[in-house]
Design a protein around this ligand. Sequence first.
Ligand code: AMP
Ligand code: GLY
Length: 426
Amino acid sequence: MNILLLGSGGREHAIAWKIAQSKKLSNLYIAPGNAGTAKCGKNIDLSISDFEQIKDFVLENKITMLIVGPEVPLVEGIHDYFLQDNSLKRVSVIGPQKEAAKLEGSKNFAKEFMKKFNIPTASYKTFDKNSLNQGLKFLESINPPYVLKADGLAAGKGVIICNKIEEAKFELTQMLKDSKFGKASEKVVIEEFLDGIELSVFVLTDGKSYKILPSAKDYKRIGEGDTGLNTGGMGSISPVPFAEEDFMRKIEERIIKPTIDGLNSENISYKGFIFFGLINVKNEPFVIEYNVRMGDPEAESVIPRIKSDIVDLFEGVANSNISEKTIEIDPRFAAAVMLVSEGYPGSYQKGKVISGLEKKIDCLVFHAGTIFDQSDDQTKTNGGRIIAITSFADSMPKALENSYKNAEIIDFEGKYYRKDLGFDLF
Ligand code: AMP
Ligand code: GLY
């Protein structure tokens, strides 16, 4: 089978690495990919939002499966585009259609969906430009901290949490009146603050049945002790120690099943990953957000723990028989430590030579922002997040220890990483 994978991050390297091990694979192409994915298949210089260009490539290279890594092409309707085109119809697309992708593309849609199907989540109200005054009044009627969410996609920056009422009012006004996040903040969801510990749970679904993938926890803040600015993610661990059988059963019964049933009762087809961003409040799970793809950097600790052939699972998604597939999981702990560029998530330099890659010990290296420079045969930094180092062990501290050992070995000018992953779980 010829497969095209869209994306260029650590998540896509982890998925590409896993696909490359499948017996069912003939050729793997990654668009646009990075220096790591180039070792799993062939990188192709395509824009992930240029559907026409993708179509031409798919037809020329007899691609029969398209796997969409990031959310943007899904929210823009790439799956629908394939279904509506006679020459592309036969291609299996892993990733939901536009309507289902609203679970991530519109916070208001996701909240309405959860409310309708009694899925536990923070209580909320939605406002737009015309109801700004009611929004300001609503803020006065609730207790801090105030959680404000831009309705649309805002590259992970659309959530603002304020402790002071003046600040919350200012931000709400900025979002609704001054288009702080452009179109994404035409609507704003104001929701109850939930106090607890977050985790990520994923399923792979054909829309009717599903397989639950290993749980994970990512570390979003740049600073140790979860301080400082939000990033794309500074690392992840899997499984989450507190997500034991009982808690996972609650998640499945109260969240996963009602989500799948809800999609069905709304006649919304769904093929792909569902990422449940959850929070554990006194041992009760609540949904913070849905994403319609794998997490990054969760993928870098979750995907390597899947022992089964991932292409076989993807076929189960495409052919609506995932219930007949089995999924085998490596019981060991996995820890992914992200190396980032100095200055990230603010401005940073690119083009720094990465050394020590060939000296890694007992770990997997997943590239994120890297590029292979053919002019001098060197792998160089090409973004904020550079490399995720994933190790396995029979305990989380041991897995982390090995990733940290390798984080010293792999080097580039301005390298930074958090040394306290898992601190909140021990
Ligand atoms: P989201 O983009 O919806 O995942 O929100 C980004 C981050 O904001 C989450 O990962 C949480 O840390 C935090 N957050 C979002 N909603 C809430 C909430 N209702 N209560 C507490 N924290 C929240
Ligand atoms: N790690 C969070 C995300 O992928 O959105």
